[in-house]
Write a protein that binds this ligand. Sequence first.
Ligand code: SF4
Length: 371
Amino acid sequence: MATKSNLFKREQIFKDFLVPDYYKDFSCKGGECRDSCCVDWKVNISMQQYFLLHGLNCNKKLKDKIDRTFRPLINPSKDRYAEIVHTQDGDCPLHKADGYCLLHEKCGEEVLPWVCRYYPRGPRIDYLYEASCANSCERTLELLFSSSEPVSFSSFKTNFLMSKPQNLPSEAEKDNYKLDRENIFRLMSNRSLSLRERLINLGEYLALPKDSSFPKKDDLEIVLNTLSGIFNTFEGKFPRVYELIEKANKVYQNSKVSVYKEKLRIFESTFPNQEVLFEKMLVNEIYFRQFPYQKNMVKTDQFIAIIGIYLLLRFIGIALIEENDNLDNLIDIFSKFFTVVSHSDFDKQIVSYLKANKIATLDIIAKYIAF
Ligand code: SF4
C-alpha cells in the first residue's frame, strides 16, 4: 500500500533523454519575454510543495508574501492542492519587474514549484526517457521556427527531480510505443506530401473510420461556421482561447467565405513557409503530449484532438495576421493558444465538440483540413 512518504517521493533522474533538436538551445527569456508564463496562468502546485513553501525559513516579509501567493483549492488533491493567487494585473505576486522570480532569487531553485522550475520543459519517463518544451512558451516556437528542417531527435543527458510512475508499461508496450512514435514522426515529416495528406495518412495509421457523408452545401462555409461556433461552446471555460476565437470571429463576421479567402492570401504571402510552421508545431505538440499514448483517451480521439488543434490554429492565425505582419506576432498568437491547449483538458472538450458536429471520420476530416 502506498504510504504518505512514498506518495511524495521525488528522485533525481539523471539519464539520457530523447529530445528534439532545439531543446539543448532553450533558455528562458526572462524580462525579454513578451507574454511571460507568470502572467494570467492557472498554476497549481502539489500538497507537498504547498507545505514546503509554507515551512520555508526566510524573512517575515517574504514569508507573508509567499503565504498569500499560494492558496489551497476548494477540492484539493495530492497533486493539485493549491493555486497561485494572481495580482489585479493577472501577474504572479512573486514575479519581479525585471522578469525574474523573487522566490528563486531569495530561496534558490530547489524550492520552486515543479512547474515553475521546469516549465516549459516536459519530461516523460513512463515509456521512454523523453523531454521537450511546450509550444506555449514563445521561446520554444522561436527556436522551432529558426530552422526550416523537420524536427529531429537525439539523446541528451540531463536530470529532473520527479516521482517515478507507479505502474510501468511492459517491455512489449514500450516497444509498441517506440515503433508507433517513430512511424508517426516519419509520416509527419514526409515533405513529399502536403501536410493535409500527411494528416490523412496519420488518421489511416490510427485506423480512424471512413464515412463520406459530408453535406452538399458549400464546404468552406460549413467549415468556417463550425469553427466559429466553438466560440459559444467555450464561453467562460478557456478565456485565453476564447479571446482569440472572439477576435477571429469579428474579422470573419458575416461574409466569412470571402473574408477568409482574402485573409488566406495575406497569410500565405506573409508566411510563404506556413506549412512548415504548422508541421513543426504539430510535431512538437505530438511529441510533448506522448501522442497517441496519452492517458485516459483512446487513440482515435487523440487524433481528432490534434485535428481540432490544427483547425483552430489556422482559423485564428489566418484571421489575425495582417499584411506584412512579422513572425513575432504569429508566435504570440500561437503560444497564447497553446497556453490552454497543452495544459488543460481542452483536448477532451474539442473532441466532444467535433464529434457532436460529426467531424470524427476520415473523409469528413479530410474535407475540413482542406480549408
Ligand atoms: S514563457 Fe518561456 S521565455 Fe517566457 S518567461 Fe516563461 S519560460 Fe521564459
